[in-house]
Design a protein around this ligand. Structure first.
Ligand SMILES: [Ca+2]
Ligand SMILES: [Ca+2]
Ligand SMILES: [Ca+2]
Length: 359
């Protein structure tokens, strides 16, 4: 084939290509056309389904405008965590929306964390008293019972030995004798925001009496026998009851925290029991003591009172006569250590939200 023939052949091929390109373009247009039509039809189906869905699940939408109730706004519910507590940017302003007692919490953003720190913590307070402590006052008793100093040989008071009283009971005198002191105590925090988590109360008692004879000053106890021609008629017998009360300041709520009644002190024996050596006395249990203290602090929140003293029963046990010699009855060193914690019990909210403030 010559040069011309090659060029003619090339031209024919080019023409041939050109002649076949028109039908191919038409096919592509047709395919595109059908795709567009398909999409339109499909979208109509989708829209139709959405309308159906909207109608069927109308409760998923809320109407915000009464003027145009056809405007529905979709409610979206998310269960995903939208923000992590480690992703708080300290470079922007955050503030807390808190309801309740603000003073109970310290709220801050630090190192990407929003911190809600409950304040209050815990504390300790110890009331350690002795016979030289100030602000103790001798208080009349509610029953009008006579005082130890009603007798010629009797007295009462406070000194380095403790709270003391003594007297010789003569026959035919009032048989019930009582002396008591009271002091108000103040907690170093307002207890409306705190709990008492532990408490104890310990005091020491001591006593000296004469054991016999019945009409010569002897304290008369069951089992004691007559001597010197005196008949002993004993029912309960003579005793002293040490007591310590916890109350609010007005004594609307008053509890006996400690009570100890002598049993064998004054027995003739042998051996005669004339001494009650230093003996620790305390409440029944800690739970009860905490209950008493919390009740005493129920309305005042910061102040309570302690009353301590001695009650004597001098039974008329002898015929023709009886005298009872209480040589020295002492209460020593009551100690009340308290542990408190709290500061968080008055947060009245579950709404604690960090809000970003645009500056
Ligand atoms: Ca006696
Ligand atoms: Ca006796
Ligand atoms: Ca007696």
């Amino acid at each position: 084939m010559g040069l011309r023939s090659k060029e003619q052949s090339k031209t024919v091929k080019q023409k041939s290509t050109s002649l076949h390109s028109k039908p191919k373009l038409s096919k592509e247009l047709i395919i595109i056309f059908f795709i567009i039509c398909g999409l339109l039809i499909f979208s109509q189906i989708i829209l139709s389904d959405n309308s159906t869905l909207k109608a069927q699940k109308n409760n998923e939408y809320i109407i915000l405008s009464q003027e145009n109730p056809s405007e529905l706004y979709k409610i979206e519910r998310h269960q995903d965590q939208l923000i992590k507590n480690s992703n708080f940017d300290t470079g922007v302003n955050w503030t807390s929306n808190l309801q309740g007692d603000f003073s109970d919490m310290d709220i801050n953003v630090n190192n990407g964390y929003a911190n809600y720190i409950i304040l209050g913590g815990s504390g300790n307070q110890i009331f350690n008293e002795d016979g030289t402590s100030s602000n103790w006052t001798r208080i009349d008793n509610d029953d009008g019972l006579v005082l130890p100093d009603s007798f010629a040989t009797g007295d009462y008071g406070m000194d380095e030995t403790g709270w003391y009283s003594y007297f010789i009971w003569p026959d035919n005198a009032p048989q019930s004798v009582k002396v008591q002191w009271r002091k108000n105590f103040t907690m170093n925090v307002n207890m409306s925001d705190y709990y008492i988590t532990s408490a104890s109360l310990t005091a020491w008692i001591n006593g000296s009496v004469q054991a016999s004879p019945v009409n010569g000053g002897g304290i008369d106890r069951p089992g004691d026998t007559a001597s010197g021609g005196t008949t002993v008629q004993i029912a309960t017998g003579d005793f002293v009851r040490y007591f310590m009360l916890i109350s609010d300041l007005d004594r609307n709520r008053e509890f006996t925290a400690i009570q100890y009644q002598t049993y064998d002190l004054g027995k003739d024996g042998p051996p005669a029991i004339t001494q009650l050596n230093d003996t620790a006395v305390m409440p029944i249990n800690e739970e009860t003591l905490i209950f008493y203290l919390e009740q005493a602090l129920q309305y005042d929140y910061q102040n309570f009172a302690i009353t301590l003293g001695m009650y004597y029963w001098c039974e008329d046990s002898g015929h023709p006569g009886d005298s009872d010699n209480w040589q020295m009855i002492i209460i020593k060193n009551p100690v009340i250590p308290l542990h408190t914690s709290g500061g968080d019990n008055k947060i009245v909210s579950s709404l604690m939200i960090m809000e970003r403030i645009q500056s």
